[in-house]
Design a protein. Sequence first.
Length: 164
Amino acid sequence: MNTVKAIYPGSFDPVTNGHLDLIARGSKIFDHLVVAILRNSSKNPLFTVEERVEMLTEALAGFANVSVATFDGLLVDFVREQHAQAVMRGIRAISDYEYELQMALMNRRLAPELETIFLMPDGKYSFVSSRLVKEVFTLGGSIEGLVPQFVIDRLKARVPANGH
């Protein structure tokens, strides 16, 4: 029996409820889903890779078929190392689609055996991004319901926010 393994790559800085919605959906589609944190220092992340691994591990405790990993370099190389057949990506808007299409086509060129699966999050998360969450939080706005409570707690400990 063939099992289908997929990689869900991203920075997850921090993990949002939109990410978690996609992970829940992916866990129902794939036999195993690896949430893969890109180690990319050029993005100036707010949280370290280790902190992001901790947050995702906490958030995914209820999923038996989902694991967390980190990678750098080409995604297709990591996918091959993991013996996965697919990459799962979330699409919120047309702007996401244009970027994700380019990435998917380049990945197909580099690894023709690899499939890219696009999923849309629940509509209530269609505007949520890690960048926007950090920006709203820093400016004193509420991010309740957009991220898990433990992410809010970590943001409060990390970010000097207006109104917090």
